[in-house]
Design a protein around this ligand. Structure first.
Ligand code: 3PG
Length: 306
C-alpha cells in the first residue's frame, strides 16, 4: 500500500491534517503523521517505508532521502524549498514539488501587520505614524509580493517593485511602479518588504550599501528568509543609523546583539509564523496531497522544482 507521511516539526492546523488524511484515504493510501519531532533521527526512521512525504520547513537532507528507499515524491507544502536537498533527491529519482501561492496571503498579512505594529511604536500607547502615503518597495514580485502590493495599496501606500524576472508591464498592470534596479528600489522607499528566495545568489545579498541608502526612518521587513541578510551589514546599519528599523519573521543569528543595543527598533517573531494560519495550512496541505495523488496516479509534474 502506498504510504504518505506528513512530517512537520511545526504542525499544520488540525483541520488541514484532517483534509490531507481524507485525500490520502480516498486515493487508497495509508496516512501517517509525525509532528513536533525533536530530533532528525525520528524523521529518518519515519521515512523508511514512505512513498510520499509532505513537509514544511523541515530539513530534508541527503540522510533523510537516502534513508527512504521507497520515496518517490517530496512536497514542500509552501513556497520556499531551500530546506530540501534537490541534488540528493534528483540523484535518487525523487520528485520535489512546492505549492506556490497557497500560503501567500497569510505571509502578506503578517508583513503588513508588522509594519502597522512598528509604525505605532509596537502599540506602546505613544503617537506613532501611519502607512498611508509612505513609499513601499517590494523586493521580488512573486505570489507574496503581489498580495503585499494589494493590501498596501488598500492602506494608501505608494507601491514600487523590483523583479528582474517579471515584465515591467505585468508589474505596472497591478497598479505598482516597476523599478529598474535593486539600488533604486532601496533609495526610493522608506519601507522595503523582502520576498526573494534563499539561494546561492541571494544569500547575504541585502547588505550595508543597500540599507544605508534607504530614506529617513527606514523599515526593512523580512518575511522571506534570514539567510538573505548580510548580518554584519545589518548590525553596521543599526549602529550608524538611529532611524533604521528591522522587522523579521524569525530572528537573525545576531538577535541577541540587536536586542541588547537597539531597543524598540526591531521585532522578531518567536518562530517563523508567516504561513501559520488555518487557511494557509489548509490551502497548502490540500494542494500538497492533491499533487501527490496526481503525480502517483497520472504522472503530473506541474509543480516539480528539481
Ligand atoms: C514558505 O516558504 O512557504 C513559508 O516560509 C512558510 O514556511 P512554513 O511552512 O515553514 O511556515
Amino acid at each position: 500500500m502506498t504510504k504518505v507521511l506528513v512530517a512537520t516539526v511545526k504542525p499544520f492546523a488540525p483541520a488541514a491534517v484532517e483534509q490531507i488524511e481524507n485525500i490520502c484515504k480516498n486515493a487508497g493510501y495509508e496516512f501517517a503523521l509525525l509532528e513536533k519531532y525533536g530530533d532528525q533521527s525520528e524523521l529518518i526512521s519515519a521515512v523508511k517505508d514512505t512513498d510520499a512525504l509532505i513537509v514544511r520547513s523541515d530539513k530534508i537532507d541527503k540522510s533523510v532521502i537516502n534513508a527512504a528507499d521507497k520515496l518517490k515524491i517530496v512536497v514542500r507544502a509552501g513556497a520556499g524549498y531551500d530546506n530540501v536537498d534537490l541534488q540528493a533527491a534528483t540523484a535518487k529519482d525523487v520528485v520535489v514539488m512546492n505549492t506556490p501561492g497557497q500560503n501567500s496571503n497569510a505571509v502578506a498579512e503578517l508583513a503588513l501587520g508588522m509594519m502597522v505594529f512598528q509604525a505605532r511604536n509596537q502599540f506602546d500607547g505613544k503617537a506613532g505614524t501611519e502607512l498611508r502615503g509612505k513609499k513601499l518597495g517590494i523586493h521580488a514580485f512573486g505570489n507574496v509580493g503581489r498580495y503585499v502590493a494589494n493590501i498596501a495599496r488598500g492602506f494608501g501606500m505608494i507601491v514600487y517593485a523590483f523583479d528582474p524576472f517579471i515584465a515591467k508591464d505585468d508589474i505596472e498592470n497591478e497598479g505598482v511602479k516597476a523599478i529598474d534596479s535593486i539600488e533604486e528600489l532601496y533609495e526610493q522607499c522608506q519601507y522595503i518588504s523582502l520576498h526573494i528566495p534563499a539561494n546561492e545568489k541571494t544569500k547575504k545579498s541585502i547588505n550595508y550599501n543597500l540599507l544605508q541608502s534607504m530614506p529617513e526612518n527606514a523599515v526593512l521587513v523580512n518575511t522571506a528568509r534570514k539567510e538573505v541578510i548580510d548580518e554584519d551589514g545589518l548590525l553596521e546599519t543599526f549602529e550608524k543609523r538611529s532611524d533604521f528599523q528591522y522587522l523579521s519573521d524569525i530572528a537573525p543569528d545576531c538577535a541577541e546583539e540587536i536586542g541588547s543595543k537597539f531597543e524598540g527598533r526591531y521585532f522578531f517573531t518567536p518562530k517563523k509564523m508567516g504561513a501559520q494560519t488555518a487557511e494557509a495550512n489548509i490551502n497548502a496541505g490540500i494542494a500538497a496531497a492533491n499533487q501527490i495523488r496526481d503525480f502517483l496516479e497520472e504522472g503530473n509534474t506541474q509543480f516539480k522544482v528539481n
